[in-house]
Ligand binder design. Structure first.
Ligand code: FAD
Length: 439
């Protein structure tokens, strides 16, 4: 083998082999491409559940990619370790000439990539990042004043105006791209410290684009009792579906659906410009709010025992399935921050541990929206009435009865807080922190 004759694509949250800009970049290096994935100990060690469904999803998807690569005469190298340590081993074993990754905008990922980039530099190799998981990233979409947008509607307008054939072009991966090599060992979930409770990708939401749902999305998306949304979140999170493909369909079929995909990019952009936002309010005054420390209330919220059926149904859906409808995410988040006056960071972390489609940018964005502290957030004085929300979005009670079998019996708990009192408390705490400081 000639020296420096390989290109490595390091897969992370771009787990597919089609319409892939990282692989396209690899093909342009003129070198055969070898595929690498690292089960990152730093990330896995933070997960409490040995049957974590995200890890199982990734594992099944990697297994599928491994089969595809092996039938093309190549292999998928899969390691378990700290990325910089793994990379040292890879560089000792393989004649690496160039490396590509799909850019990831989360604070930990940015730090990790900087570190690995520096290591590769020491070997005279460049780590090249490409944009692939969004149409527009970082500062691609700026206001006329050259600033990142803080309000969604003008961002969205500018996003649409900026759409062009270059950013939307399909990244066709050429045949014969992959390095011919013997198959590599593939770790079991047990060896990674996890347990397998799913038989394959069929146990997860499908990555097929559901035409019918998208076409009628504007009619059905607000009804949690219906299958009126696509459940594609996990596929966008792990890149098992190309965002360019999905946007193409959205443009053709439903403008309201497109709007939601733009919200996703808005939050990715906000996280890029505010890497502190998982831990701090984007509007600093909101970090002066006096939060309650009430472990019983927090636990009742987590377990779906607040006595507010829409909140409880949502939390039970989340606990049992790893999914919660968007409207109900808004209601449960608002209830925790405003009715229970509990710090939004606790709720964000609870969702983060359980959502199959967990996406830091959207989750932090959604929580800071509910708490009022984010860009274009719900105004602090707007407090959802969970009972009215139920009347509006689940008038027949189909959704709540699905998740609360004891609803309407004496086994269902009484409300843990009284709506009017809770509302009054929230208004006064928020007012003190936010309004009276002139923010
Ligand atoms: P669909 O309604 O079919 O939408 C398609 C895709 O568009 C989604 O999969 C998602 O990628 C994107 N999208 C839709 N709505 C939004 C939105 N409001 N903001 C950003 N992206 C959106 N979304 C996540 O992907 N991960 C999260 O961790 C997450 N946490 C949230 C927390 C809170 C408190 C709130 C209010 C919202 C959160 N969202 C999150 C946004 C939204 O609730 C989910 O994207 C949506 O419910 C996922 O279901 P779906 O795949 O059927 O979406």
């Amino acid at each position: 083998m000639e020296s420096k004759s390989l290109h490595i694509h390091w897969f992370r949250r771009d787990l597919r082999l089609k319409d892939h800009r990282g692989l396209l970049l690899g093909s342009r290096s003129g070198r055969p491409v070898l595929s690498l994935f690292i089960f990152d100990r730093t990330i896995l060690e933070q997960l409490d559940d040995p049957a974590d469904r995200r890890v199982q999803f990734i594992w099944h998807q990697l297994n599928h990619m491994r089969e595809q690569l092996e039938s093309a005469g190549s292999a998928l190298l899969v390691f378990h370790g700290h990325p910089s340590e793994v990379w040292k081993q890879v560089l000792e074993r393989y004649p690496v000439g160039s490396v590509s990754v799909v850019r990831d905008y989360e604070p930990y990922a940015r730090k990790r990539d900087r570190k690995v980039g520096e290591l590769l530099n020491q070997y005279g190799i460049q780590l090249t990042g490409v944009k692939d998981q969004v149409i527009f990233e970082k500062s691609d979409v700026l206001s006329q004043a050259g600033e990142p947008y803080k309000v969604f509607t003008p961002y969205s307008k500018q996003w649409k105006q900026s759409l062009n054939s270059r950013d939307m072009a399909e990244a066709t991966v050429p045949d014969g791209l992959f390095y011919r090599v013997e198959p590599a060992p593939f770790p079991s979930l047990e060896s990674l410290g996890f347990r397998r409770e799913t038989s394959g990708l069929a146990d997860f939401p499908s990555s097929e684009i559901p035409e019918k749902i998208i076409r009628s999305y504007d009619q059905t998306r607000e009804v949690p009792a219906l299958e009126g949304t696509t459940r594609l979140g996990v596929h966008l999170r792990f890149g098992t579906l190309s965002i360019r493909t999905l946007v193409r369909y959205a443009l053709r079929w439903n403008d309201i659906f497109l709007k939601e995909l733009i919200w996703r990019e808005f939050y990715q952009m906000v996280l890029w410009h505010h890497p502190e936002s998982p831990d701090r309010a984007i509007k600093p005054a909101y970090d002066r709010i006096e939060w309650e420390e009430n472990p019983d209330h927090f636990l009742a919220w987590c377990e779906g025992r607040t006595g507010y059926p829409m909140v409880d149904a949502g939390m039970r859906e989340l606990n049992q399935t790893g999914f919660m409808h968007n409207r109900v995410r808004m209601i449960t988040a608002s209830f925790l921050t405003k009715h229970l006056m509990t710090d939004w960071r606790k709720g964000e972390r609870y969702f983060a541990a359980r959502l199959l489609d967990y996406e830091m940018a959207s989750n932090v964005g959604g929580w800071q929206w509910a708490a009022g502290s984010g860009h274009d957030a719900a105004p602090w004085f707007r407090i959802f009435n969970p009972t009215l929300q139920q009347k509006r979005y689940d008038p027949e009670g189909h959704y709540i009865r699905t998740w609360i079998p004891e609803f309407g019996t004496s086994a269902y708990p009484e409300p843990i807080v009284e709506h009017k009192l809770a509302r009054k408390r929230a208004l006064s705490r928020y007012k003190k922190a936010v309004a009276e400081t002139g923010s």
